[in-house]
Design a protein around this ligand. Structure first.
Ligand SMILES: CC(C)(COP(=O)(O)OP(=O)(O)OC[C@H]1O[C@@H](n2cnc3c(N)ncnc32)[C@H](O)[C@@H]1OP(=O)(O)O)[C@@H](O)C(=O)NCCC(=O)NCCS
Length: 238
């Protein structure tokens, strides 16, 4: 791919996500929250001008600077993804006319485009927003070494066994973080968040068949010391 830097995490994330976006048709945008924090310091008024009146009202309730930065970055990432999505249909959107809000289930939605599915993830200093015409979930995490208790509580028996088999290898942290992000991406696709029964989810295969629901395709990438997973609904491979 021309122009992508393979040394930086954003470049790698863009490389992997661009490849999948071309195949599946979703749109996404990656925000570097470190750069966003700098822009906010230099020109807060300019950055906040992309937010709608409703979003500005919500922002007033956020006191913690980290939460404010994450929340602004999430709106910015989703609006940029919608901009790209609408551009394909030859239409232009004004970002401050979009309300990227949170529903009763805490899942994000766009008031003006209720049929467009949205997902957001933050893992400092990165934030990704994506939109698609089918249910979607994205999660990004910095590679970590999960405690045994955490694996026992959240991972399926098969996943636990798989990780036991690589316990003493250098792959253990990356593989367990990948599984973690796959579970989080699925919980977002189903709009369940922490209400998801994570232990019942087995994410070792790339296609998961859910009785009476659409199948879900899981895609995972490692970008330096970060893992990204996507959960995409009802994919028919061609
Ligand atoms: C909130 C949760 C959906 C994801 O949290 P997370 O991975 O810590 O955080 P991320 O930054 O990746 O995701 C946050 C975004 O998820 C979205 N989100 C929150 N609740 C959601 C839900 N029910 N459905 C879909 N998306 C949701 C929001 O858009 C939020 O961003 P915003 O506040 O800017 O709008 C939830 O799963 C959680 O709290 N997890 C905690 C970790 C854990 O125990 N995981 C077990 C995995 S094995």
């Amino acid at each position: 791919m021309m122009g992508a830097s393979f040394e930086d995490t954003v470049g790698l994330a863009n490389f992997h996500l661009d490849t999948q976006a071309a195949k599946y048709g979703f749109c996404y945008h990656v925000v570097d929250m470190g750069e966003m924090a700098e822009r906010l310091k230099e020109d807060e008024h300019g950055v906040l001008s992309v937010l709608s009146d409703r979003e500005l009202v919500h922002l007033k309730d956020l006191r913690n600077p980290k939460n404010r930065l994450q929340w602004i970055s999430g709106r910015y990432a989703v609006k940029s993804a919608v901009f790209k999505y609408k551009l394909r249909e030859q239409s232009l959107i004004n970002p401050n006319c979009l309300d990227v809000l949170k529903g009763a289930d805490s899942a994000p939605f766009i008031l003006q485009y209720p049929d467009l599915c949205v997902s957001i993830t933050h893992s400092f200093p990165y934030c990704i927003g994506m939109v698609w015409d089918r249910a979607v979930g994205i999660d990004m995490e910095k590679v970590f070494f999960p405690e045994k208790a955490l694996i026992k509580h959240f991972f399926s028996h098969r996943e636990e066994e798989f990780l036991k088999g690589i316990e003493n290898s250098g792959e253990y942290s990356v593989k367990s973080t990948i599984l973690w992000t796959r579970k989080e991406a699925l919980s977002k696709l189903f709009r369940l968040g922490m209400k998801m029964d994570f232990k019942k989810l087995d994410t070792l295969e790339d296609t998961i068949i859910f009785p009476e629901k659409n199948n879900v395709r899981l895609l995972s990438f490692v970008c330096n010391n970060y893992c990204i997973s996507l959960a995409l609904s009802d994919i028919s491979e061609n």
